[in-house]
Design a protein around this ligand. Sequence first.
Ligand SMILES: Cc1ncc(COP(=O)(O)O)c(C=O)c1O
Length: 441
Amino acid sequence: MSMIDVPTATKGHNKITDALAEARERFIAANPKSRGRWENARAVMPGGNTRTVLHYDPFPLTMVKGEGAYLTDLDGHGYTDFLNEYSAGLYGHSNPVILAAIKKALDGGIVLGAPNQWEVKLAELVTARFPSIDQVRFTNSGTEANLMALGAARAFTKRDKIMVFDGAYHGGVLYFAHRGMPVNVPFDVVYGTFNSTEESLAVLNAHAHELAAVIVEPMVGGGGCLPADREFLDALRGAAKRHGIVLIFDEVMTSRSSAGGLQQRLGVIPDMTTLGKYLGGGSSFGAFGGRSDIMAQFDPTAPGAMPHAGTFNNNVMSMAAGYAGLSEIFTAAEADSLYDRGEAFKARLNAIIAACGVEMQITGSGSILGLHCVTHPIRAPHDIKDARPDIKTLIHLEMMMRGFSYAQRGYMTLSLAMTDQDLDGFATAFEDVLRQHGDIL
Ligand SMILES: Cc1ncc(COP(=O)(O)O)c(C=O)c1O
């Protein structure tokens, strides 16, 4: 779909830096309007950016339209969208069912300042689908959902500490790569090692009497799309139960893995679960839920109830769009079929990598995939050493210039709007890029 002229023959570059410099030049030359918008934005927003993950080298393209599986940028190029808003765009762009639900909700008034007719319907579906969720509360983001779940666990257990895993991402202020970020909420944390049962249980047992919660992604998402072993999660489940620690699964990204999330697919059921992304139908969304005795702390009819605030927690757009998506589109059968489609696509891309003989691999679970430029097994974020970021940038720019968008760090997802031809197109372009640059990859 791209209108950018991409050379078909290998240009004979032997050095990664030369190839990257040449790809950057072509990208810059092809996108003057996006570049101009970005330059203007730099005056009023640091780095021209209001969401770090949307920045990439040399500058991010401005998108002006999304329709079905496709995007159009400010310079008029078309893309098949494999980013899909970091998994929140499950339904594709402008799904008519979602659009109709939002329109109907807006026609009834945008800010009612009261319970509305959609929130309980969405809550009924969420509690029916996710095995661990007896009761649920809505928030505006996955970050908030995790903050509230951790707060609920700390209040419930009357303990302070939380156990997190190296490289985990639970939100902008709950980012645990490199032992945490300066902007993180100052929780008292101890670190387990993802997918390492023995090391993690040693930490858990050593702090058992002080731990309120263990929070884990059943597949590390932002940290590289690395699925947890069932045995690892099972061991955490058992240990948390033994010590009265609240086990929280962050399924903000993985909840699409089946009707009841990755927990249902793996058969490991936590005490609490956090959700986000597509469950608001593409509007801002988060949710936390779990065992009714933990959630009962928020019952405002009970004496001494804990507050859970949020002006837009039940905003009509997210509630109506989320309900329409779950009730009319993303059935259990659709969830399973998307998971299988993603697994098949991962295998196809890995077969292309093997056939091209390049040092790469695709990880992930179901319809959420990660591209890594190393060949050794990656089981945890710390295994992604020597990840060759220049190569990732080169492949990303080449794929963008062939009309396929995904995140430069190698993150991609499938949406329900994609056709088999869209997947074929990506696979063909990917092979073309690997063959064009085969000598340096
Ligand atoms: C696993 C996980 N948890 C939490 C979050 C935070 O969600 P939000 O961006 O809605 O705050 C994300 C976002 O990417 C995520 O992937």
